[in-house]
Design a protein. Structure first.
Ligand code: ATP
Ligand SMILES: Cc1cn([C@H]2C[C@H](O)[C@@H](COP(=O)(O)O)O2)c(=O)[nH]c1=O
Length: 202
């Protein structure tokens, strides 16, 4: 049985990644793949409890980074690794790039510490494809304000999101073999067309 593939969706809050996740899952299912859709932080019963804390409680920035990786360890062990081994495809709404972007870029936690945690929690393991949904901050903010009640991260100021976006784009340049940057300012049809081309090549 061939191992499945691991696809991650990334972007600042309001970039539109969750909106397009179902579309990509449907594209893959229509080509005969078994697809699991999951998210971080979360994806397991314990991970979802940690998500509640992470999105709503104030905490030290290192506690936040450690809990993100604790939830991820659980997610890898109980969801991601078993599914890939069964030959299924896994799509995750966020993964480790989010920790580099938010805790590293946004909160300015030393990237060397994050690399050490990454090496501990998933040595040698990376997504096969990372779709980075990129939009200017004002577009993301307007979409968020129009859509829902905001959590702890979504209430952060513009400079936090500017630094988060910069770190995402820096990682896309650092790892061009797995990142695809999607211009998420377009219409749903524009974004779907771009996603369709990327998925056709994977
Ligand atoms: N291309 C688009 N054009 C117009 N509106 C969009 C577009 N993409 C997403 N939206 C809208 O923007 C809002 C936020 O989208 P979505 O929840 O997918 O963002 P997100 O990147 O997943 O954010 P978060 O990480 O905070 O969940 C939704 O109301 C969605 O309908
Ligand atoms: C995995 C991960 C997530 N975050 C932040 C990013 C978002 O603001 C929230 C998750 O909410 P979403 O609506 O499901 O995108 O958590 C983070 O700061 N660090 C991480 O590693």
């Amino acid at each position: 049985m061939a191992r499945g593939k691991f696809i991650t969706f990334e972007g600042i809050d309001g970039a539109g990644k969750s909106t397009h996740l179902a579309y990509v899952a449907d594209l893959l299912r229509s080509s005969g793949k078994t697809v699991i859709v999951t998210r971080e932080p979360g994806g397991t019963p314990l991970g979802e409890k940690l998500r509640e804390l992470l999105l709503h409680e104030k905490m030290h920035l290192e506690t936040e980074a450690l809990l993100m990786f604790a939830a991820r360890r659980e997610h890898l062990a109980h969801v991601i690794e078993p599914a890939l081994a069964r030959g299924e495809w896994v799509i995750s709404d966020r993964f480790t790039d989010a920790t580099f972007a938010y805790q590293g870029g946004g909160r300015k936690l030393d990237l060397i510490k994050l690399s050490a945690l990454e090496e501990w929690v998933h040595p040698g393991f990376q997504p096969d494809l990372t779709l980075l949904f990129d939009v200017p901050l004002e577009v993301a903010r307007a979409r968020l304000d129009a859509s829902r009640e905001l959590d702890k991260f979504e209430r952060e100021k513009a400079d936090f999101f500017a630094a988060t976006r910069t770190e995402y784009l820096r990682r896309a340049e650092q790892f061009p073999e797995r990142f695809r940057v999607i211009d998420s300012t377009g219409t749903f049809a524009d974004v779907h067309a771009e996603l369709g081309q990327i998925i056709a090549c994977i």
